[in-house]
Ligand binder design. Structure first.
Ligand SMILES: Nc1ncnc2c1ncn2[C@@H]1O[C@H](COP(=O)(O)OP(=O)(O)OP(=O)(O)O)[C@@H](O)[C@H]1O
Length: 305
């Protein structure tokens, strides 16, 4: 079985639970976001799913390998980009990569063309024979990503992959991630960069010691969608009539702009016909999604109570 299947996974350090009751699945070809505030248990979860830490209870299968009983095979099969690039400063980029090629017992001649294509994509081609100690933070990060991909893993865990990268490099990395997913690889992205999560992930889990939410990104954002309407004159004149609609929407007005919070798409036509009947001249009406950040912060707030 490929992809990731997690069932009631938990880790305690001593008597203190770091994470518990984690249950989710990630399909091949999916970019799955693992979100949560500092100390929420993301790293602990990733370490369990990559065979670096034994769970206290529960089970998970990653790329067909049990995290409990097949740690060795699992560690060889997955790709893991950790927060710290963990490169050998005194070795050149090529030597660093060669080290991992040997570790995975791969034929260098066979894998190098793919590695070379990543080096080119990330602007590192031509720098292969320089010592990593002299690389900038971004160059080290990009080399660490190449290293994560050396063995062509089917399941890839990326912790803050674009941290420290300039916008152009960050885009190159995002494009590479999307491409890896389109090749049918399973990708788990841990990130505090919610704009990046919105761009890359199809589904997310929000955790804080336990699962607070597990949903397609679209669904999370739909919670609290709104309609942004521009009318002639002051929007405030229409607030009362809109709030009197059967579904009693919350209405915010500012100058000629009205923001009507909806609970479902089907309410939009009612809002517009109500406005027109009340004599409003409507210039535009645009559905607006609530930014992921707002939904995320609300989930964390609710999770704390
Ligand atoms: N080896 C360890 N020994 C004891 N406690 C640990 C250990 N590793 C993690 N923890 C605890 O487990 C909890 C979860 O930590 P974890 O590093 O998984 O969080 P995180 O979500 O990755 O945070 P961040 O976003 O800051 O990286 C924290 O309370 C942390 O102190």
């Amino acid at each position: 079985m490929s992809g990731i299947q997690v069932r009631e996974l938990a880790k305690r350090f001593g008597t203190r639970p770091a994470v518990e009751g984690l249950t989710f699945e990630v399909q091949p070809g999916e970019v799955f976001g693992l979100l949560g505030p500092n100390g929420a248990g993301k790293t602990t979860t990733v370490r369990m799913l990559t065979g670096l830490l034994q769970p206290s209870s529960g089970e998970a299968t990653v790329g067909g390998h049990s995290v409990r009983t097949e740690g060795e095979a699992l560690r060889r099969a997955v790709g893991l980009l950790t927060e710290q690039p963990g490169l050998y400063d005194r070795l050149t980029a090529r030597e660093n990569l060669r080290f991992f090629i040997k570790l995975h017992e791969l034929d260098e001649a066979a894998v190098w063309p793919r590695i070379q294509s990543y080096l080119e994509r990330f602007g590192l081609a031509g720098r292969e024979d320089e010592a990593c100690g002299g690389f900038s933070k971004g160059m080290r990060q990009k080399l660490a990503i190449v290293r994560t991909l050396v063995h062509g893993p089917r399941v890839i865990f990326l912790d803050e992959p674009t941290s420290g990268l300039d916008p152009e490099s960050a885009r190159a990395v995002r494009d590479a991630v999307a491409e890896l997913a389109s090749e049918g690889r399973t990708i788990v992205l841990c990130s505090h960069n919610l704009a990046e999560v919105e761009r890359l992930c199809s589904r997310v889990a929000v955790i804080q010691g336990r699962l607070l939410a597990l949903a397609p990104l679209k669904e999370l954002r739909r919670a609290g969608q709104s309609l942004e309407i521009r009318v002639e004159g002051e929007g405030e004149r229409f607030r009362a009539v809109l709030e009197a609609l059967p579904f009693q929407p919350t209405v915010l007005s500012e100058g000629g702009k009205l923001r009507v919070l909806l609970t479902e798409d089907a309410q939009a036509p009612d809002v517009l016909s109500c406005l027109v009947s009340a004599g409003a001249r409507v210039h535009s009406a645009v559905p607006a999604h609530r930014p992921l950040e707002e939904v995320y912060l609300e989930l964390i707030r609710q999770g704390r109570v």
